[in-house]
Design a protein around this ligand. Structure first.
Ligand SMILES: Nc1ncnc2c1ncn2[C@@H]1O[C@H](COP(=O)(O)OP(=O)(O)OP(=O)(O)O)[C@@H](O)[C@H]1O
Ligand SMILES: [Mg+2]
Length: 378
C-alpha cells in the first residue's frame, strides 16, 4: 500500500490539509485585484496554497500566471521568466503560443517546442538588431494588455519573491512598483519565504516596494485540523492512531506542515496493517529522522561560534515566545550582554538558521530544534 503522507513537493487534493480560511482569503484578494504579499517560513505550504487557489478559479473568467523566481538571478532572467510564463499561460497550442510571444515582445525571438507531455513550451532568444526596446517594461506591461485582449481577469503570482533581493540592482523592484500601481484590474500575489526579508521589502520606507500591497503572513496548521487529516490517512489504510498520539506528534512538529508530514511518513511505515500507532513508534520515527540529518546538523553546529550556539540552545529550549533580550535569558544562556544577543541574531538570520516572528525568534527547522534539545543542551 502506498504511504499516504507526502512531503517535499507541492501537495494537492487528498494530501492538502485544511487551509479553508486561507483559501477563501486569497480568493477574495484575487477577486478584488489586490496586491498581496504572502510570506512564511520555508516549507509552510505557500506554493501548495497558491496553486490550490489558482486551480479553483473559473477558467472562463480568469487567466492565471504563476512565475517561479527561484532560478532567476537578475533583471534579464527575471524578464525572460515572466515572458515565458505569460506567453504559456495565454496560449495552449503551439501556433498560438508563437503568435502570442511575437505579438507581445518586440525584443525577444521565441521558439516553440513540445515538452515531455506534448505541451508547447517557449524559449526566448534576443533580437540583437533591436537592443533599444526596454525589455523589462515591455514584459511588465503584458498582464494589463493580456487582460484587455483576452477579456479575462488576470492574476499574477511571483513565487520565491525574496529572490529579487539577490539581484544586483533594484531596477526590477522599482519597475514592478510602478507597473502594478497602474494595473488596477490585475491581481498580484508576491510569495516568499525568509520572512524578515519579505517584510523588510514592503515595510521599509526606503525600499521601492514600500507599502505597495497588503501583507498576509501564513501560519502553521492548527492541531485540530491535523487531528482529522492524520486520523483519516491512517484509518483509510487500515491502521489506527489515537487523538492523544496525534497531539504528541503535533507538539513535536508544532503543526508545521512539512515536518508534520515528514514525521508521519516513517510513522506510517512503522505501524503494521491493522495495528495502532504507539508513543514509542513516534519516538522511533523521530530518532530515525534525526539520525538521517545528524551529519548535516553536526556540520552546521560546528560551523557556529560560541555565542550563536548558546543563543540557539536558549531558543530551542524555551520556544519562540521567549524574550531573548531579557536579562533572564541573557543570564541563563550566558550571553553576556544584549548586544551579543543582537549579533547572534544577525548572524543566524543571515545564515537562515532562524527567522523572526511577530513575537520573537523561531528555529524554522523543527528537527534541528529537536536535535539541539537532545544533543546539545548542557
Ligand atoms: N495544506 C497542507 N496540507 C498538508 N501538507 C502540507 C500543506 N501545505 C504544505 N504541506 C507540506 O509541506 C510541504 C511543503 O509545501 P510547499 O512546497 O507548498 O511549501 P512552501 O511554503 O511553498 O515551501 P518553500 O518555502 O520551500 O517554497 C509539502 O510537501 C507538504 O508535505
Ligand atoms: Mg514554495
Amino acid at each position: 500500500m502506498k504511504n499516504p503522507f507526502q512531503y517535499g513537493g507541492v501537495v494537492s487534493g487528498e494530501s492538502f490539509c485544511n487551509r479553508t480560511q486561507e483559501v477563501a482569503d486569497l480568493r477574495r484578494a484575487v477577486e478584488n485585484a489586490e496586491k498581496l504579499f504572502v510570506y512564511s517560513e520555508r516549507r509552510l505550504g505557500k506554493t501548495s496554497l497558491i496553486r490550490k487557489v489558482l486551480s479553483e478559479l473559473p477558467e472562463d473568467e480568469y487567466l492565471s500566471v504563476y512565475i517561479d523566481l527561484w532560478p532567476t538571478d537578475g533583471e534579464t532572467s527575471f524578464a525572460l521568466a515572466c515572458a515565458k510564463a505569460f506567453s504559456e499561460a495565454m496560449a495552449t497550442s503551439a501556433d498560438k503560443l508563437l503568435h502570442t510571444a511575437k505579438t507581445f515582445f518586440n525584443r525577444l525571438v521565441p521558439s516553440v517546442t513540445a515538452n515531455d507531455e506534448g505541451r508547447p513550451v517557449v524559449t526566448f532568444g534576443f533580437d540583437q538588431k533591436r537592443p533599444d526596446v526596454p525589455l523589462l517594461e515591455e514584459v511588465l506591461a503584458m498582464p494589463a494588455k493580456a487582460a484587455e485582449k483576452e477579456g479575462k481577469r488576470i492574476v499574477v503570482v511571483f513565487d520565491e519573491f525574496q529572490q529579487i533581493l539577490e539581484y544586483e540592482s533594484d531596477v526590477v523592484e522599482r519597475l514592478l512598483r510602478s507597473s502594478i500601481q497602474h494595473q488596477t484590474n490585475v491581481a498580484y500575489i508576491f510569495c516568499g519565504s525568509r520572512k524578515h526579508l519579505i517584510r523588510q521589502m514592503f515595510m521599509d520606507s526606503r525600499r521601492p516596494m514600500y507599502r505597495s500591497g497588503a501583507h498576509y503572513p501564513l501560519g502553521l496548521i492548527a492541531q485540530e485540523h491535523w487531528q482529522t487529516f492524520i486520523a483519516d490517512k491512517f484509518s483509510g489504510t487500515g491502521k489506527r492512531i489515537g487523538a492523544e498520539t496525534i497531539a504528541a506528534l503535533c507538539r513535536l512538529t508544532e503543526g508545521h506542515p512539512f515536518y508534520t508530514q515528514h514525521l508521519c511518513h516513517p510513522l506510517w511505515e512503522l505501524c503494521d496493517e491493522g495495528g495502532e500507532v504507539t508513543q514509542e513508534m513516534i519516538e522511533r520515527a523521530t530518532q530515525l529522522l534525526l539520525d538521517r540529518e545528524s551529519y548535516a546538523f553536526m556540520n552546521l553546529w560546528d560551523s557556529l561560534a560560541r555565542n550563536p550556539r548558546r543563543f540557539l540552545r536558549g531558543v530551542a529550549a524555551e520556544g519562540s515566545a521567549v524574550q531573548v533580550f531579557s536579562s533572564g535569558f541573557v543570564r541563563k544562556y550566558q550571553m553576556g550582554s544584549s548586544s551579543n544577543v543582537q549579533r547572534a541574531i544577525e548572524l543566524l538570520l543571515k545564515k537562515d538558521i532562524i527567522d523572526k516572528e511577530e513575537g520573537g525568534v523561531v528555529i524554522p527547522d523543527r528537527f534541528f530544534r529537536l536535535w539541539i534539545n537532545r544533543k546539545q543542551q548542557l
